[in-house]
Write a protein that binds this ligand. Structure first.
Ligand code: GRF
Length: 207
């Protein structure tokens, strides 16, 4: 990965795609030296696909069936084939609601990143902002991290925090976390595209 050419990336998502949008916007604004070579969703009518198409980015649905919560078996083979064909060098998970298993992890070892709506290692798993609110935490946030074989356990690239306010609802807190996510993901990708993110053990040094 050099700073000379636009890094080819693929984005995988299952939902609204607001993080994908923030990456598209950063690229179009000249603030991120990358190009999205494909967007893939496991959900046929996910808005992330329409967002990509509006920007002329190849976007397609690839089912994860028969599994519900992971990419494995034939579906995994299809994902790997499409990603390989696209020329993507880094896989960006943006609200992709399935666990990545060994086949895909090995095909893109150290080159899959994810954004999670909590300050990991606190509150891994689903609806992390709700977990933080219900726990009574005073600070929440988001984490961009490399993906490994665990659930939200990979090396942390960057984190951003938001205070949890007395009158926060689950919705208001999630909305404030998402504002930070939309800054954090392009920032983490900038560190990767410029070769500034170095993995040392499980620490990511940002030079
Ligand atoms: C984000 O909150 C992200 O942290 C989580 O899923 C959500 C995706 O949102 N992994 P969007 O589809 O990017 O709007």
């Amino acid at each position: 990965m050099t700073s000379e050419r636009a890094l080819p990336i693929a984005v995988l998502g299952s939902g609204s795609g607001s993080n994908c949008q923030s990456i598209i916007d950063a690229i179009e604004a000249g603030a991120l030296n990358a190009r999205i070579v494909c967007v893939i969703s496991d959900v046929e009518d996910a808005p992330i696909l329409a967002r990509a198409q509006r920007h002329g980015i190849p976007a397609e649905h690839i089912s994860g069936a028969p599994f519900k919560t992971k990419i494995a078996g034939d579906a995994e083979k299809q994902y790997i084939a499409r990603l390989t064909e696209s020329g993507a060098e880094v896989i960006v998970l943006a609200g992709f609601m399935r666990i990545i298993k060994a086949g895909l992890l090995e095909a893109y070892a150290g080159r899959i990143i994810n954004i999670h709506p909590s300050l990991l290692p606190a509150f891994p798993g689903l609806h992390s902002w709700k977990q933080a609110l219900e726990y009574g935490a005073k600070v929440a946030g988001c984490t961009v991290h490399f993906v490994d074989g665990g659930t939200d356990t990979g090396p942390i690239i960057i984190q951003r925090s938001v205070p949890i306010l007395e009158d926060d609802t689950s919705e208001s807190l999630h909305a404030r976390i998402q504002i930070e996510e939309h800054e954090a993901y392009p920032e983490a990708l900038r560190a990767i595209t410029s070769g500034r993110a170095k993995l040392i053990g499980r620490r990511v040094a940002l030079s």
